[in-house]
Write a protein that binds this ligand. Sequence first.
Ligand SMILES: Nc1ncnc2c1ncn2[C@@H]1O[C@H](COP(=O)(O)OP(=O)(O)OP(=O)(O)O)[C@@H](O)[C@H]1O
Length: 239
Amino acid sequence: MTLLALHAVSKSYGALKVTDDITLSVTEGETLGILGPNGAGKTTLFNLISGDVRVDAGRVEYAGRDVTRLRPHQRCHAGIGRSYQVPQPFGNMSVFENLVTAACFGGQQTEREAWQTAHEVLEQTGLMPHANKPAGGLTLLDRKRLELARALATRPQLLLLDEIAGGLTEPEAAVLVGELKRIKARGVTMIWIEHVVHALLSLADRLFVINFGQRLAEGEPRAVMNDSEVRRVYMGMEA
Ligand SMILES: Nc1ncnc2c1ncn2[C@@H]1O[C@H](COP(=O)(O)OP(=O)(O)OP(=O)(O)O)[C@@H](O)[C@H]1O
């Protein structure tokens, strides 16, 4: 069943058309990878899905419902969770408090449920040893994990991951990919923007490539990576 559908979605900043007539859909349980050069409009696409930014034209449907006019917290309550490219924790709060806050306000859970969720998510993401540390003092890997954990604490049905592996060492990225595989195995639908292509390919069922706000290619990951236009535009290789 289709979980998310964008219908001819567009967004401009002044004269710059950052999202240009994008139509895409994601089915339940699927992992869709998003690729594209810097400035192609990938994060803007997430903003349009999460409601951080409103579309100029087009329609966003989630779980069979038109959410185009819903605000970000309403879309989060509906089951859309997201991580941000630059982690956004409450730095003075502990890791645990960050998760309880996400569960209460993003996931509409009671305090009791939120504590339970925070414990589960700490275990899932390997953050248990850091539960009582201030979020602001974490290493990059743990800040990325916390970003993922905060999104998970809202109990999303659709998880939007924005460059969650960016800046990590190879072994750290491998640990994160392992965590994402377990999340996928639980049936969570994911859309993942990532420049670390081998990490993305280890998880994605399908790829969607954006260039200048438009769809450049879409389909089975290996076929897309072998597409001559994708190689030229994204990887700077001649066909
Ligand atoms: N709020 C804004 N106001 C003006 N221009 C914006 C705004 N947000 C994004 N842009 C511009 O839109 C274009 C696409 O930005 P976006 O962040 O979506 O790209 P991206 O593909 O995620 O890039 P990257 O891979 O570097 O993260 C860029 O040229 C950016 O400068």
